[in-house]
Ligand binder design. Structure first.
Ligand code: SF4
Length: 376
């Protein structure tokens, strides 16, 4: 089995109002952070039981704040310590305002072969509502630049459910996207996470809250579009052209091991899960003192069952009863008993022991997985 490496770059130029990821808008310690990230890769080279790496993912924060030289050095370090597959998927998450022609050509040369671009919307009013650092023209232009630089694996992120996004705008945007030579599309519903600026604005009455019916309608429009235009809806929020599934994300959903580097990054080795401290200064101090700071959780059978149901049911590969049987009779009995009601309601279908969400079930995915979770 192959494994993946995730590198978290914890800096952003400005804070998007809805975001609850770990990042800092002060770039003062960027160079020191970069050295610490290299150091952590050294420290943790034995975390994965197998050294074969099939995907490397630069996430954040904003990884496109790294220079091509920094990307090159991180990849060199990984290449010296691990066995990176010749066809490994090497993705950089990028924001449109960082992507000019020269930068794109240089990072391609450094080894990046897939881009995941945080477009979020092609409309200026949606972008300013979210407080994104780019505008609609930059969102459009960066795709052309990426193609000119020779990138063929292009993914974009879009957000729906934004109060300023009418159904008409959403449909027009999706149609435009289908004409673009992109191979992968991730669409997330805007959520108001506690403690974010958006949460604050909604509570103060300065922003409209997310309308659940609008969000459900826009998810339905998205599903219709994906079926009509030949996208493979392979995970609740992810759509791909055939043969362009995101390898890195797919390996998370399939329960494969991965090593996470950088502040707040998670790692998983099939027995335990651990996460680095989500604080830039403390992360750097810990690495510099030779003792990386993280929390570790050994996974119980119940954790493994719940995680398996949560991730597998959201995918096209579905939830395999054989996997649940390996965790023991208790879980098998619980699953078979609780899943019946959703089969009867036609939200889940079963074929040869594989359970998948059908169209109506996808709309209720969060509720259904919560019901299937094993409680004491
Ligand atoms: S660029 Fe990404 S990580 Fe940074 S604030 Fe915006 S959504 Fe969050």
């Amino acid at each position: 089995m192959m494994s993946g490496i995730y590198i978290h770059i914890p800096f952003c130029k400005q804070a998007c109002h809805y975001c609850n990821f770990h990042f800092s808008t002060s770039l003062k310690y960027k160079e020191r952070m970069f050295q610490n990230i290299l150091e952590e890769i050294d420290f943790r080279q034995h975390y994965l039981s197998k050294k074969n790496i099939s995907s490397i993912y630069f996430g954040g924060g904003t990884p496109s704040l790294l220079s091509p030289e920094e990307i090159q050095q991180i990849l060199n370090k990984i290449n010296t310590l691990f066995q990176v597959d010749r066809n490994a998927e090497i993705t950089l998450e990028a924001n449109p305002d960082d992507l000019n022609q020269n930068y794109l050509e240089a990072i391609k040369k450094a080894g990046i072969n897939r881009l995941s671009i945080g477009v979020q919307s092609f409309y200026d009013d949606d972008l300013s509502y979210m407080n994104r650092a780019h505008n609609a023209a930059e969102a459009k232009n960066c795709i052309t630049f990426a193609l000119n630089a020779g990138f063929r694996d292009l993914s974009i992120d879009l957000i729906y459910g934004t109060p300023s996004l009418t159904d008409e705008k959403w449909i027009a945007q999706l149609e435009k996207v289908c004409e673009m030579p992109i191979t992968h599309l991730s669409c997330y519903c805007l959520t108001v996470e506690p403690g974010t600026a958006l949460d604050h604005f909604v509570k103060k009455g300065k922003s409209r809250p997310v309308d659940e019916q609008q969000a459900a309608r826009q998810f339905e429009l998205l599903t219709n579009m994906s079926e009509a235009k030949g996208w493979v809806h392979y995970e609740i929020s992810n759509f791909a052209r055939p043969d362009h599934f995101a390898r890195h994300n797919s390996s998370y959903w399939k329960g494969e091991a991965y090593l996470g580097i950088g502040p707040s990054a998670h790692s998983y080795n099939q027995k335990s899960r651990q996460w680095n401290i989500a604080h830039n200064a403390k992360y750097m101090q810990a690495i510099e003192s030779g003792k990386p700071s993280f929390e570790l959780e050994e996974l119980t059978l119940k954790d493994r069952y719940n995680e398996y149901v949560l991730t597998s049911l959201r995918t096209i590969w579905g939830c395999d009863l054989k996997e649940i049987q390996q965790l023991g009779d208790t879980f098998e009995r619980w699953f078979l008993e609780t899943v019946q009601v959703f089969i009867a309601q036609n939200h889940i279908m079963e074929k040869e022991g594989i359970y998948t969400l059908n169209r109506s079930g996808k709309l209720l995915a969060d509720f259904i997985t919560a019901e299937l979770f094993y409680g004491e």
